[in-house]
Design a protein around this ligand. Sequence first.
Ligand code: NI
Length: 202
Amino acid sequence: MAVTDEQEPEPGSEEEPQATPPLDPEVLARRRAALAYVRQLGDPILRTKARPVERFDDKLREEVRSMQGLMHDALGIGLAAPQVGISHRLLVYRVEPGSPIVALANPEIEWSSRDEEIAEEGCLSLPLVNVEVERPIGVLVRARDERGEEVVIEASGLEARVIQHEIDHLDGVLILDRTTREQRKAAIRAMREAEQAAAAAS
Ligand code: NI
């Protein structure tokens, strides 16, 4: 999941003072390079249900490290394995800047709050799209970490939103499927226009 303007804290906000990424050219170049590894809308793996992780070995931990690095460089707050071409039920996320990036394998939502909330979401696989998505405010998730240890996470707010967004990726679901018809149409139109503009410019 990508941070949208709405999720970026206001400058000077005391709650998350370092959340706004510095936009110097080096950071932007790294972001572009990382995004080149992220599968984009139209790639069939984004529409495929991912396979459970069965082996918690060095290869898996290498996958996790590589996803953590890409997510960090892409300035994302969440990334799912299918987005980097791996059909594994594996995701990484970090909502607090500077904290460790959490990895969850085979995550299952055990409980969702009845209360839902609408917020804008972006996605590294749809860089031009920000749409409103309604999701439960809180979730209880059971998963395994990269060593195979069981973890239970009680999340709310942005953390719950990111986890749900990334679990959607493991089931081949994108934010376009979760928004209103109007926003989906507008997003697809904007993507087509950007493609045409890029084609005309080349
Ligand atoms: Ni996404």
